[in-house]
Each structure stands twice: as C-alpha cells, then as structure tokens.
Write a protein that binds this ligand. Structure first.
Ligand SMILES: *Cc1c(COP(=O)(O)O)cnc(C)c1O
Length: 392
C-alpha cells in the first residue's frame, strides 16, 4: 500500500467550503448567525426531537446537562470507567463524586450491575437514593463506538430510583432502536439529556463543537441560555444565573450544516465498511470483530477487534507500532478512567468487563473515505500479525 491509512479522519466532500465562505462573507463568525439556528433545526429534524442547542464542545454539552440536572457538590454521579475521559470530567467540574460502574459486552453501562448497585449498596427512602449518605443524583451513560447502551433496563432503574439520565451520544449520532419499547428512538433522545460532540474524529465534525437535547423543549432553551452567559435582557447586561461561554460559533455551525447534509451517506459507508471487515474476520481465530447490539440500527462509527489474549501476549503498543510500519493507524481502547491520576481513590463497583476489554480491544481504520481495497489490506495485515504473535 502506497498510502497511509488513518484511523478516523474528517470528510469534507459536500458544501463545507461554500457555507463557511458564506458565513465569512456575511461577517457572522462568532456566536450569533443563521447557521447556528440552521444546524440546531437540522439536528432536531434528524433526531426527531423538538429542540437542540448547539454548543462549543461535547464536554460543555455534558457539563451543562449536569448543571441542568441539578448536580451539586458532594452528589454522587454514576459513570463509566471505559470511555473517553471527557464524559466523566464534568462531574468533577461540579465538585460531585463519580462512582464507576462496570460495562457489559457492548462496552456501555451494565444495566444488571447498575441495578444491583442501587439495590444492594444504596439506601432508598422512596424519594431519594443515598450512597454513603450522599445523594445519588444522576448517571452518565455513554453509547460507546456507536453501540446503543441497553436503555430499556437502564431507564427502568433510573426511573425507579429517581436518577437523571445523561446520555453521551457523541459516538452514536444516528444510532437508533429498531425493536422494543424505544423502536425508532435515536441515541441521545431516550434519557433526560442527550449530548453530542463534533470534534475532528467524530462521524460529523465542526472542528470543535457539540450539541445538547433534552426531554423537555424548555430545558433545551434554558441550556442555550446558560451557554450564552445567562443574559436575560436584550438591551441591558442583566444576568440572574451563572452562565458559561459555551455557545457554538457560526463558522463552526456552517461546517456543521454541510456535514449534516452528508450524515446519512456517512452512516451508510460506515455500515458497509463494517460488513466488509466482518467478512474478512469471519472465523479468524486470534481476533474477533466486535458486534453491535441486536434490535438497533447502529451508525457503526468505530470498529473494534478483540485480541485473543490466551495466545497473544504482545502489548497493544507493540501491535500498534508494528501496524504503523505497514502504514496502518490503529489505537488501543482507552485506559480505565478510575485508574487515571485525578480519579485515584474514587469508588468503583464490580469492574470486570472494563479491565478485560481495556487490555484486549484494538480499533482499526474506520474513516468514511476508506476503500474496499484498503479494508482488505488492513484486515490481511492485522490477521497476519496476530497469527504471527500467537504462534511465534
Ligand atoms: C469525543 C468525545 C467527547 C468529548 O467531546 P469534545 O467535543 O472533544 O469535548 C465526550 N464523550 C465521548 C464519548 C467522546 O467520544
């Protein structure tokens, strides 16, 4: 292969330049402008929700959702150990306490362990759930790599124990249920709040950016208000709450509107490319292409190979650097958040699958531009390497 095959890069095949130039020509480059509203409307239409607020990043979307959910210093928020750290850091911004609950085989929050944590480790007085005396206020559920978490079971528990559900649907924009109680519902539109990021490696990008939706339209309006410094008067600088500078800019939104036009095509390509990889890894002994949840139509954003650790002892670094020499960019799944320095000493609950997968998952190239030929090349090289490592 002549060409380097990147892991996940943006795709600007549509109207990106046209709309960004248009925003520039109009002079609307900052946090006002028609593209911001347009992006919000397009997202709302796509997700079948009433209201979406565009903001500055996925992290700010999550932070404002926690604020809106009323998470206060000292409250407990249940969080995932195996995901990007941005999903958990906002809990600390609120001076709340994270408790890490294990994932299941979808890499998302394990609903059975969530349930048993609430039932066995906490006290429930019919109104509030308490853990070691602290109010358990909310949970953050991340739809990892485009995989839908088991929302039916998770919401059953959340409703029973009065927990606010913040969905981090960043990686699952476009993933929806096809069966069950939430058939037709998109990731990010099932819990109380849905957060999205449009950073560079996501399925659509605005360079940096994000969005929030919520069950109640008025909640989204309030989040939009918080994102613009909570200014209450059109003429005077009057502020009755602590706001944030978290609004998206019109330049970013111009990029986003173009990307939204292409989103259905991007999803199609991700799904097709997944099927191509699937055919290549069918029956392969030393690495398994991880599936997506049954009863859902996933955007198949990111592809994961589970390395056979019974036969392969090489570190992820060795695997990644060897594949780099073949011009293939891969990566290891995240390190556990509860093991990162700022989270040392935080409570965890029955972590088994998270450490298991943290040591085994390799992500392989998934950009929308990847060709069938490149997929075959990647699969051949990965299989060849894993075979050598297993037998050598
Ligand atoms: C990328 C990502 C974020 C962070 O979004 P930013 O826009 O970079 O702040 C949060 N959560 C998940 C699951 C992500 O993949």
């Amino acid at each position: 292969m002549e060409k380097f095959i990147p892991l996940s890069i943006p795709n600007f095949e549509g109207n990106e330049k046209k709309y960004v130039n248009d925003a520039l020509d109009q002079g609307w480059v900052s946090t006002g402008g028609a593209y911001i509203t347009k992006l919000e409307q397009e997202m709302a239409k796509f997700l079948h929700v009433e209201n979406v607020a565009a903001c500055q990043s996925g992290t700010s979307a999550l932070h404002m959702s926690l604020v809106e959910a009323g998470v206060k210093p000292g409250d407990v928020v249940l969080v995932p150990p195996l995901t990007f750290i941005a999903a958990v850091n906002p809990v600390k911004y609120q001076f709340a306490t994270p408790v890490f609950i294990d994932c299941d085989d979808s890499f998302c929050l394990d609903p059975v362990k969530l349930r048993s944590f609430c039932e066995e480790e906490c006290e429930w007085d019919g109104v509030e759930l308490k853990y070691n005396g602290a109010l358990v206020k909310a949970l953050v559920v991340v739809h990892v790599f485009g995989n839908m978490a088991d929302m039916e079971s998770i919401l059953d528990t959340a409703e029973k124990y009065n927990l606010k559900v913040i969905e981090d649907a960043t990686e699952a924009l476009g993933t929806k249920y096809t069966e069950g109680r939430y058939a037709g519902k998109y990731a990010g539109t099932i819990g109380d709040y849905g957060c999205f990021s449009f950073n560079g490696n996501k399925i659509i990008t605005t360079g940096g950016g994000g969005a929030v939706t919520a069950r109640e339209s008025a909640t989204v309006d309030h989040i939009r208000f918080l994102s613009t410094q909570a200014k209450t008067d059109p003429h005077y600088y009057i502020h009755d709450e602590i706001g944030y500078n978290y609004r998206m800019t019109n330049l970013q939104a111009a990029l986003g509107v173009a990307q939204m036009e292409e989103l259905p095509e991007f999803i199609k390509r991700k799904q097709r490319n997944y099927d191509l990889y699937k055919a290549e890894f069918e029956g392969f002994k030393y690495g398994k292409l991880m599936p997506f949840r049954d009863g859902t139509d996933s955007n198949k954003w990111f592809y994961s190979i589970e390395i056979d650790r019974e036969h392969i002892k090489a570190t992820m670094r060795e695997i990644i650097t060897t594949l780099e020499k073949d011009k293939i960019q891969t990566r290891a799944i995240w390190g556990l958040i509860n093991e990162q320095k700022p989270y040392e000493g935080e409570e965890t609950y029955r972590l088994e699958k998270a450490p298991y997968y943290a040591d085994r998952i390799l992500n392989i190239p998934s950009s929308t531009q990847i060709t069938g030929e490149e997929i075959k090349y990647v699969a051949d090289k990965v299989k060849q390497l894993l075979e050598e490592l297993a037998n050598g």
